[in-house]
Design a protein around this ligand. Structure first.
Ligand SMILES: [Zn+2]
Length: 308
């Protein structure tokens, strides 16, 4: 189900007119960000050699939080099947390194037993099979996504950070932590199929939902799980309750998103998609979006601990 249809290598030369003047189909997005191509009545989109359906006639191009900076060819097929080409410049983002102390009660996460090490490794194998999502399936979501809890407080601003636990154990944080109290209901952010629901060593009780079009959402550290693998869920349907299971210093909701397997900042898809950098942006619009992104203030509150 993860088999992406391949399309042939795009010709870089087609970005340039015969006279050498650059075509305008260019967009820039940071690591962990998403670029957008609207206004062309898109039916399908292409990047990284994958071809996948548009979302509400708009193409989205995710950049992994550790994706190599550089230029990627992007494609858009309109409703008449005509292919349009462009380029996405992936730029390096600045991610903080965060020092954290785990209390003694969580010592097993610093020095796991051989059994726990093989357990975590088996779990990583299970997760690896589903993170690519079902690219051939049409999107079962619109943007923005639904909120995972009734009220979604400001998250800690540590998406993409490298966490150093007790000075030696490193872990990349590929999601966002929302300070939601224990027992609160966690809801599906869109329609989809539960592809994994299990108690994992690091992430605790975890629910992964495949929303089609290569988008997978994940919820970690739940107190309890209300669904099982194979269940079809509707946007807003209960997946479980907020908790602090696994490697967490306290209850909170960890949300992660993968799109085409890329680790992206979940907060971007809870916001109006027109705020994403777009191919059609004028120079002034692009400057304004970059400025806005830079003004995001870091949260001073204590950061809960978790895996991924
Ligand atoms: Zn987290």
């Amino acid at each position: 189900m993860t088999s992406a249809r391949q399309y042939g290598a795009l010709l870089l030369g087609s970005f340039f007119c015969a006279g050498g003047a650059m075509a305008a189909n260019i967009v820039t997005a940071p690591q962990g960000g998403i670029a957008r191509w609207a206004g062309m009545a898109a039916s399908e989109c292409g990047i990284y050699g994958k071809r996948y359906p548009a979302v509400d006639a708009v193409c989205y191009y995710p950049v992994d939080m550790r994706g190599k900076p550089g230029t990627h060819e992007i494609a858009l097929w309109d409703q008449d099947g005509k292919q349009h080409l462009g380029s996405l410049r992936a730029e390096k983002a600045e991610f903080p390194s965060v020092e954290m102390e785990l209390p003694e009660s969580l010592g097993r996460f610093l020095n796991p037993s051989p059994e726990e090490i093989s357990r975590a490794s088996a779990e990583r194998g299970d997760i690896g099979k589903i993170l690519g999502g079902s690219v051939d399936e049409h999107a079962q979501f619109s943007l923005p996504l639904g909120k995972p809890t009734a009220t979604l407080p400001k998250s800690s601003d540590d998406f993409g950070s490298e966490r150093v636990f007790n000075k030696e154990h490193k872990s990349l944080h590929s999601g966002r932590d929302y300070p939601v109290g224990p027992g609160n209901t966690v809801k599906a952010v869109a329609d989809g199929t539960v592809v994994l629901a299990a108690d994992h060593f690091y992430a605790g009780n975890s629910v992964y939902v495949d929303h089609g079009d290569g988008l997978v959402s994940m919820n970690f550290h739940l107190e309890s799980i209300a669904v099982k693998a194979g269940d079809k869920v509707k946007r807003g349907q209960t997946l479980g309750k907020v908790g602090g299971t696994g490697r967490a210093t306290g209850p909170h909701l960890h949300i992660g998103l993968r799109w085409l397997g890329k680790r992206i900042d979940p907060a971007l898809l809870f916001d109006n998609p027109t705020t994403l950098p777009s191919v059609s942006d004028t120079h002034a619009e692009a400057e304004r979006k970059i400025e806005k992104a830079e003004q995001r203030e870091p949260d001073e509150s204590d950061t809960p601990v978790d895996e991924d």
